[in-house]
Design a protein around this ligand. Sequence first.
Ligand code: PBG
Length: 324
Amino acid sequence: MNYPLSRPRRNRKSASIRSMVQENHLRPEHLIAPLFIIEGKDKSEPIPSMPGYYRHTLDKTVTYAKYLYNLGIRSVLLFVKVPDAKKDNEGTEALNPDGLMQRAIKSIKDAVPELCVMTDVALDPYSSYGHDGVVEDGKIINDVSVQILSEMALSHALAGADFVAPSDMMDGRIGAMREKLEGNAFHNTGIMAYSAKYASCFYGPFRDALDSAPGFGDKKTYQMNPANSIEAIREAILDEAEGADILMVKPGMPYLDIIQSIKQNVTVPVSVYHVSGEYAIIKAAAAQGWINEEQAIMESLLAFRRAGADLIATYFAEQAATLL
Ligand code: PBG
């Protein structure tokens, strides 16, 4: 039906009507808050390339996690910063039952049992090479890495993690982790797979935050080529078949098409990681007075929902939940 019978503006006439016909919504329970944890007590370190974001010691992290839960946020995603002296090629410290990650999982679950604790599973923060897997002759070797990563997932489950979130992009890791968890009676520990994780420049500030930049080369032999989309569907279908419970796309804003196509091709929930570089872009432009920070945040997060994301990991989780 054509104009003037059809006038789309009628449905935009007032705030009430606009809210009645709004197709997508954002709620605090859609948000996952990434947390950077450091050793020590009662300390917060600013991250220069992520203005307004901090690495907190565990005691402060627990207090912050409680605060987030009271804001309506239902999930946190944990990362730890590992001192250089504890890094090696095999990421041995990742399996330490008394490691910072394992202690963090336990403390947060004890303090806020209802909060869903998710953990990053990859070797890079623990690796002397800053790679997500084990290095041999300058190459990242798949199957040995998968074995260690599966042990790492089990170690997080033992500490009480609700979900492990493998971000390493090795082949076959979801199946191996699922088997490892099932074999050890962790039937209800979920896996949120970073299924379509691209080799992206937008991780720069995160690597500053965790001091985890690759020592040589790049991550292009395991993370995906930003030019590809069909391959993302392949990765997603494999991960769903291997037993993943949630599939993630990463980064976010430049990859909305990938969120949409994965959502249409799987039956598990889909999440997106609004990554550190995307956070930095909004913060930097807002600091210059070039964009309205709060509007930029809410528009970005709603765009993820519109593209098909059920869940959004974002450094703006606290700010967005407060605005909601
Ligand atoms: C580690 C990991 C990275 C991110 C999450 N997990 C960095 C990388 O792969 O180099 C990036 C998160 C962000 O940029 O916010 N495998």
